[in-house]
Design a protein. Structure first.
Length: 214
């Protein structure tokens, strides 16, 4: 199993991640910065810290993804492919049939996603569609980074997906309160881990999501 801790900058040469994987992550980082000159993929202010702010931030979810019962991951509002492309690159050597499904309604961003998925030979589907208009979707994991607030992601999961096992989300400094507030309207189990890239942030894995009758 890949451990997210080995992806920290000072440990990125760990033997647990192949040189080819590291090269692909480096290529991907440079591709984002290059494309960022013409379309808004990431904030300009984070280009110099892309490995920490975006690549490693995305990669740390591998602890929740690299599981036997997870074969399909759906990335909502993926933008540049963060975290989906990063996870695809990391999972490819271990599980080549691991499938990624991207929903990104922007034409230019969806084209970039397609180019990256083809470049890294990822088992993927890129849908240039508004996720709110889709119905009866099936996946193992719904993942989202900087797309919509937690309550909206929950509503998408229950309204637009027929089947899913887990939801993985990035939460900021008020993440614990957001989780506690959500328990007033939703019933769910969750695991959480402190972000490796931001002391004030959390990564959470939600399961058994059900709407309460309130």
């Amino acid at each position: 199993m890949i451990d997210s801790n080995i992806l920290k900058i000072d440990k990125i040469t760990s033997s647990k991640v192949s040189r080819e994987t590291l090269r692909e992550l480096e290529y991907y980082s440079k591709a984002i910065i290059k494309k960022n000159k013409t379309i808004n993929l990431i904030s300009k202010s984070t280009e110099k810290t892309i490995k920490l702010r975006h690549i490693e931030d995305s990669a740390q979810t591998i602890d929740f993804i690299d599981k036997k019962d997870i074969k399909i991951c759906t990335d909502l509002g993926s933008g540049a492919g963060l975290p989906g492309i990063v996870l695809g690159i990391l999972m490819k050597p271990k599980k080549p049939l691991f499938k990624l499904i991207f929903y990104e309604k922007s034409y230019h961003k969806s084209i970039f996603l397609k180019e990256m998925a083809e470049k890294f030979n990822l088992n993927s589907e890129i849908h240039r569609k508004n996720i709110f208009n889709e119905k009866n979707l099936t996946t193992d994991v719904i993942i989202s980074r900087a797309f919509k607030p937690l309550p909206i992601i929950f509503q998408i999961a229950k309204t637009n997906f027929k089947n899913f096992k887990y939801i993985i989300l990035f939460l900021g400094k008020s993440g614990q309160k957001i989780l506690e507030d959500s328990l007033r309207f939703w019933k769910f189990d969750y695991e959480q881990k402190k972000s490796l890239t931001n002391d004030d942030s959390l990564i959470v894995k939600i399961s058994n999501l059900k709407k309460k009758n309130v």
